[in-house]
Design a protein around this ligand. Structure first.
Ligand code: SF4
Length: 449
């Protein structure tokens, strides 16, 4: 048959849409996808530890604190609600031993960490004595005098005045409060441990004692969320006036309590708002925040003062920094290799106590995969620089991603203006769905949400 009759490729007129919230992950946090990281590649992390760092690569530290007062029904993180103080002490000592192994390795290359992130779980679940022991131990292993940002995630109900003072005195610069919602009934039926009174009290005291940056997290689409309640949440947020607000759209991954209930009841659709409604709620929040002077700094974040309010952990990680990650189930990246630690408490502690790194799986991305990774992560900021990618990866993203860029442009979400490739607000609010268009074919996820 003559090629003159070959049909051109069919470009869908719109992105594939699934309206309802069904089970699965929506949020794209890394590339290639985690399912491609394998135990047989762990030796590649060992080799990376023995190499000097690539000049100019910043170094950050992430620590996972896997303890919570209660397990939220939408939670998909590795958390424990039943560990006593001896187990917690054992965990802290294991994390310090793990850091000590890394601290002696050539990949550090004399670098001083530039940012630290304590995530979870609930870092603020730890007592003041436990936090002092942990942070002072970390400071004795690696120099902290060039740390510009120390982020600490908190659950409001765990914060006493005494603990907040101690957290500030231990050097935390960015306090991140897991508020999620302001309505006590919604907090309760979603399994949150805190109540609205605790939010107000913790926030007021944190402000009073002068933390340099306070972020609050909200979730659009918790079980029983309504338009009226969401509008009230945004009104209260604006009244509080935090430095930044991070809003996630509710997703229901497989390992959540909500999904377990859906499975038991034979339901395919989660008992939360559909994607269109959740996007409309984030759209409303961003618009209201912009009216009072906030700037939209990423698909999930609004900041009060863009010049002053940085988020180094996100920006450096998304630009290829090394992240020395410690703790159970944590994800890191050193010397060009992705890795993840054991996801269960006992194997993690046992392996570290035996003097070994507790790494469970790893992957060395190719140069092209690193290009894709940085491109998809940075476009979550709303706009990327072509020159940045040309300099770093030797190719113009307009050429490397010609097809997906054209497709997303045809769908009405993307524009090109000189050096900048940008998403409009509609594109930004569904960025995690659009990112799959940039993936290599073997990594494409056929489940769209
Ligand atoms: S507080 Fe956070 S980490 Fe802990 S159970 Fe709830 S969602 Fe999960």
């Amino acid at each position: 048959m003559s090629t003159a009759f070959t049909n051109p490729p069919i470009i869908p007129a719109a992105p594939p849409i699934q309206k309802e919230t069904t089970v699965g992950n929506y949020f794209v946090s890394n590339y290639p996808p985690f399912s491609f990281w394998k135990p047989e590649f762990v030796g590649e992390v060992d080799a990376a530890r023995q190499r000097a760092p690539k000049p100019g690569t910043p170094l950050g530290i992430y620590l996972h604190i896997p303890f919570c007062r209660k397990r939220c029904h939408f939670c998909y993180f590795k958390v424990y609600t039943d560990k006593d103080s001896a187990a917690i002490k054992g965990y802290i000592d294991a994390a310090l031993k793990e850091l000590a192994i890394y601290a002696r390795q050539p990949f550090i290359g004399g670098r001083k960490p530039n940012f630290v992130y304590f995530g979870g779980g609930t870092p603020s679940y730890l007592s003041v004595d436990q936090l002092r022991h942990l942070i002072e131990g970390m400071k004795s292993l690696l120099p902290w005098n060039e740390i510009e940002e120390f982020t600490f995630e908190c659950e409001p109900g765990t914060l006493t005045d005494h603990k907040l003072r101690a957290i500030r005195d231990l050097g935390v610069t960015r306090l991140s409060l897991g508020v999620e919602n302001f309505d006590d009934h919604i907090l309760e039926i979603n399994g949150r441990a805190h109540h609205s009174k605790e939010i107000a009290r913790a926030y007021a005291f944190a402000r009073e004692i002068g933390f340099s940056q306070i972020n609050i997290d909200l979730i659009a689409g918790m079980v029983e969320e309504t338009d009226a309640n969401w509008h009230e949440c945004i009104r209260k947020t604006i009244e509080m006036s935090p430095d930044s607000i991070t809003i996630y759209e509710m997703e229901i991954p497989y390992n959540t309590t909500i999904y377990q209930r859906m499975k038991a009841e034979g339901k395919l659709v989660a008992p939360v708002a559909d994607w269109e409604t959740k996007r409309a709620w984030v759209h409303y929040a961003f618009a209201e925040l912009e009216k009072v002077g906030y700037t939209i700094a990423s698909a999930y974040t609004a900041v009060k003062d863009k010049a002053k309010t940085k988020f180094l952990y996100r920006d450096k990680l998304w630009a290829g920094a090394d992240l020395l990650s410690i703790g159970v189930a944590s994800f890191g990246h050193i010397g060009g290799v992705h890795y993840q630690n054991h996801a269960d408490f006992d194997p993690y502690v046992t392996q570290v106590n035996a003097g070994e790194l507790p790494i469970f799986r790893a992957l060395t991305p190719t140069d092209d995969e690193r290009f894709i990774r940085e491109f998809i992560l940075q476009i979550k900021l709303g706009s990327v620089s072509r020159i940045y990618f040309e300099k770093k990866f030797g190719a113009d993203p307009l050429l490397r991603f010609a097809e997906p860029i054209k497709r997303i442009q045809d769908w009405g979400f993307l524009s090109i203006d000189g050096d900048r490739i940008s998403l409009n607000r509609d594109g930004l609010l569904q960025v995690d769905k659009l990112l799959h268009e940039f993936f290599n074919p073997e990594h494409r996820n056929i489940r769209y949400t």
